[in-house]
Ligand binder design. Structure first.
Ligand SMILES: [Zn+2]
Length: 381
């Protein structure tokens, strides 16, 4: 047996840990903190907890609130200049994947030359980065614990996957209270993203014993709590389980990588502006169905982790049950279809071509042709 497994970030998990941001930053040697978030997080009133903690610790803070969804490289370059001029020594990121990924990319450019586009790939970031504290406000991307930053290359119109040992956050402050205010639609789509991470990591060609353990526990936690967290946002236990589940899914896919659902989701976001979680949720059941032929036993494990009644069923039957359960969950969560989102069918060809070029396609358990992707898109329409 041979494998390479890693988790880049230390994690402090629990209600109220976001209030310790200032202390943690100080321990990491901070005097000047560059604080990255988006306007939605500010509107939800989440920045105050972090800001007052940083101020109480006597730190000088520069705020950057221009983060956009599917963060474009142009924003990263602009923010990196500001952080450099400010001479920031620690980064703090508060938000969903976009804010944390953006902060990771800004942080890379503090100690590595611009432009960010030259680091698209694995281990291309050569110089160690400064400390970064990530505080998630969604239970989806798990960017707080992964060694990847996903930034949009606006020239090539593709999502870059920047990965490596210097990319991840130094410390994740995973505070379920910071996810309580998430609106139902965001809870649903980001949660489906997390479920996709766990499922894709489990069936990935890059899966290994440690990632399997994290993936199965993540599937259980997410499948059993996502509907509750979406419909009863104030349920702290469901919120806590979702944050934990998404984090464990992050541990899994950080080393096992992902698969075809993400390969299709990335071009959908780039060309049609679909939020990452929505794009994944739409494709998940159809890719599971497609992959089921190649990994029936593993799909049965997934069904068992979800708590479905498949113990006495054949692996092939369990695939059908698992796929139907994911479809029905999507329905309950009101996940739209591609036609609801006005994705034009004449774009399918380009989407399929781009999906084949994504790194995650190499890790998909079943070999994929353009025709296969077109069929999946057709079903998801
Ligand atoms: Zn994802």
């Amino acid at each position: 047996m041979e494998f390479m497994f890693g988790i880049p970030s230390f994690v402090q998990f629990g209600c109220g840990v976001a209030k310790q941001t200032g202390e943690v930053a100080k321990q990491l040697g901070a005097k000047k903190v560059f604080f990255v978030y988006d306007k939605g997080v500010k509107a939800a009133g989440l920045t105050d907890v972090v800001l007052s903690s940083l101020k109480e610790a006597g730190l000088e803070v520069m705020e950057y609130d221009e983060v956009l969804p599917n963060p474009p490289d142009t924003i990263v370059e602009e923010a990196a200049q500001k952080a450099k001029a400010f001479q920031a020594d620690v980064m703090v990121a508060l938000g969903g994947g976009s804010s944390i990924d953006c902060a990771k990319a800004i942080n890379i450019l503090q100690t590595n030359p611009s432009p960010i586009n030259q680091y698209d790939g694995l281990n291309l970031v050569k110089n160690p980065t400064k400390p970064l504290i990530a505080i998630p406000t969604t239970s989806g991307t798990a960017s707080e614990v992964t060694a990847f930053s996903i930034v949009t290359d606006t020239t090539k119109k593709k999502k870059m996957v920047i990965g490596g040992q210097f990319v991840g956050a130094t410390m994740a402050l995973a505070d379920p209270e910071m996810t309580m205010g998430m609106p139902p639609a965001i809870t649903a789509s980001t949660g489906m993203d997390a479920l996709t991470h766990a499922i894709e990591a489990y069936v990935s060609k890059g899966a290994m014993v440690p990632t399997d353990l994290f993936a199965l526990k993540a599937i259980e936690l997410i499948y059993k709590n996502l509907e509750k967290a979406t419909k009863t946002g104030q349920d702290l236990e469901a919120r806590t389980n979702m944050l934990l589940g998404s984090m464990l899914a992050g541990y899994a896919f950080n080393s096992a990588v992902l698969g075809l659902v993400h390969s299709i989701a990335h071009p959908l976001s780039v060309h049609c502006g679909l939020p990452h979680g929505v794009a994944n949720a739409i494709g998940l059941p159809f890719v599971m169905e497609f992959n089921g032929v190649a990994v029936p036993e593993k799909t049965k494990d997934i069904a068992l982790a979800m708590g479905l009644d498949v113990a006495d069923k054949s692996a092939e039957e369990a695939v059908t049950v698992a796929v139907e359960a994911v479809k029905s969950l999507s329905k309950k969560l009101e996940i739209p279809k591609l036609h609801d989102l006005d994705v034009p069918k004449d774009l399918f060809d380009r989407l399929a071509e781009d999906a084949l070029k994504e790194i995650s396609t190499m890790f998909n358990p079943r070999d994929v042709t353009k025709e296969d992707v077109l069929q999946i898109l057709e079903k998801a329409y």
